[in-house]
Design a protein around this ligand. Structure first.
Ligand code: FAD
Length: 334
């Protein structure tokens, strides 16, 4: 079997309760770019039950073709039937590239698939590009605790597989009304693939907005001093209509919940405005926020690395500057 037999960029479409997860649209956007450079097409692989209502959305966000398996065994997600389908699809359709979201589902599924089809998997990529000479996929991700960026190739096996965290890639401009061919993959799921029964799904109810969806983030670091001082950040965020985020130091200290951590082991965010208060700007933190449109940094150390990525820098005590900013903004916006 030669590498020429493997064609196309495939995106595993994550859907939960028949709603496509945002990362899948981001991956379709990236896949579109890669497919252009590889002179091939983007196929969205949609697994689930009664999912035909999702076809138009996938076409709108960049899929050139949809490959679907519609089966009751695929709702809700469980590992074995999904891994079985992906294994079948890869062996029968021979994609050159397969992308997955680095979500709980993608992180569960992709390594299993890679073991079954005997290929590599590069997890948590921050950059994907096509090598102009070999047309192979160059997969870049942080390595050694984020201190270097490693570019990984998969020169001896196919497909080339990668996971990408939500928020890292950008969606393409949507094209409403686009229709693309849909093919039903002939996968037969039997009792032997259903080795887990989901008895009940208990959803966590939260009234908080996901920091990845927020347009404005006011983020605090260890320089905020203590948990109670995060109230100052909340006040500023409220005036601006934003949300509070944090560095890992504050999560480790127990001041904040993990779901608001920005960075390599937290979330990747790309808001219009990111205000970093008392955050030094360690590389692992920057990895999660440096693509923000406008970055404002408040730090009492003028040499703090956060100032290297900041558009506006304020050198001073965040505990004094943040409340002042809040009150000035309140006046201005009144
Ligand atoms: P510090 O580095 O301690 O910085 C505090 C800053 O506050 C300093 O610059 C100081 O000058 C300033 N300051 C102090 N007092 C004030 C004041 N009153 N007013 C204004 N400024 C003040 N970190 C993340 O954030 N996200 C991650 O996802 C992440 N993942 C990691 C993964 C790995 C594998 C590793 C090894 C580390 C990771 N880290 C991550 C940790 C990272 O290396 C840093 O330790 C962390 O980001 C530091 O957080 P900080 O900036 O809040 O604290």
């Amino acid at each position: 079997m030669s590498f020429e037999d493997y064609k196309g960029v495939y995106v595993f479409v994550q859907q939960v309760d028949n709603k496509i997860s945002g990362v899948s649209f981001e991956l379709l956007g990236k896949a579109k770019e890669l497919a252009k450079d590889m002179d091939t097409e983007v196929t969205a692989v949609l697994l689930g039950y009664k999912v035909s209502s999702l076809y138009d959305e996938l076409a709108k966000w960049g899929a050139d073709k949809i490959l679907v398996v519609d089966d009751p065994a695929l709702e809700p997600y469980t590992t074995e039937p999904y891994a079985y389908c992906m294994n079948y699809i890869i062996k029968n359709y021979k994609p050159s590239v397969v992308l997955y979201g680095a979500t709980a589902i993608g992180r569960d599924l992709a390594p299993r698939v890679s073991a079954r089809v005997k290929t590599g998997l590069t997890a948590d990529c921050t950059k994907l590009e096509v090598d102009p000479e070999t047309k192979g996929l160059r997969m870049t991700r942080p390595a050694f605790g984020g201190n270097i960026m490693a570019t990984i190739l998969c020169p001896e096996h196919r497909p080339q597989m990668a996971t990408v965290r939500p928020g890292v890639m950008q969606k393409v401009k949507p094209q409403a009304g686009r229709k693309v061919p849909v093919e039903v993959a002939d996968v037969k799921l039997g009792a032997e693939q259903k080795n887990v029964d989901v008895v009940e799904v208990i959803k966590k109810i939260s009234d908080k907005i996901d920091i990845q969806d927020a347009k404005i983030l006011v983020a605090g670091g260890r320089g905020m001093g203590k948990e109670e001082n995060f109230k100052l950040l909340k006040d500023l965020a409220d005036v601006l209509g934003g949300e509070v985020a944090s560095s890992r130091a504050c999560v480790d200290a127990g001041w904040c919940e993990k779901d608001i951590q920005v960075g390599q082991t937290g979330k990747t965010v790309r808001p219009n405005l990111y205000i970093a208060c008392g955050i030094s700007g360690a590389i692992q933190h920057l990895a999660g926020m440096e693509e923000s449109d406008v970055i404002v940094a408040i730090n009492k150390d003028s040499y703090a690395p956060i100032f290297e990525v900041a558009d506006y820098g304020i050198v001073g005590d965040a505990l004094k500057i943040v409340p002042e900013l809040t009150s000035k903004l309140k006046e201005a916006l009144a």
